[in-house]
Design a binder for this molecule. Sequence first.
Ligand code: HQG
Length: 188
Amino acid sequence: MNKKQRDDISKLLSYVLRHAPESMELVLDRDGWADIEDLIRKANQYGHTFDYQMLHEVVETNEKKRFTLSDDGQRIRAAQGHSTGQVQVQHVEKTPPAQLYHGTAGRFMASIEAQGLIPGSRHHVHLTESPETAIAVGKRYGQPVLLAVDVQGMRQAGIRFFQADNGVWLVASVPAAYLRTVKDKIHT
Ligand code: HQG
């Protein structure tokens, strides 16, 4: 497969496993798992032709490790980013490193300063250990803004942190008091 073919399958998987399983009559369990045989059959019915080997290649080569295979290789789920009401993934609660980041766009900052970070349509606010990743995520929506999160302050306030299968950090929200704009890492 070439990159375009892999990206197309990856986008389809993100869409059905995170947001709209019903668009392909797919049913996910509470932890977000889909039966791979069922998924491939339904995808094929909806005009997306790929097989187990191709799906495997997409999972293996995905630069953000967006998808997780079950130990027996029969099920697949999105590691994070869900918005579908079908699932309520039990992510692992963990102590995060001292510094986490969130990337956003300048046009959201007035609202973020007023409300803090809220999950929007997704189930969690997404944080990362990598400022570079955060900046790239922010760029999807416009002029990027890098926010550093006061992890220690949040932990002292009793806010719980979870880690997805692919290392992304998840929280319910981040009150504005725990956010600081970082300017020196942005080179656009
Ligand atoms: C912003 C990617 C106004 C928030 C990444 C973001 C991530 C607010 C946008 C994953 C706000 C939501 C998720 C507030 C937050 N007022 N705007 N109070 N609070 N926002 O796409 O974090 O490539 O739902 O800053 O790596 O950007 O898809 O979330 O800009 O892990 O695998 O509202 O997506 O992974 O946007 O990205 P999103 P996100 P993938």
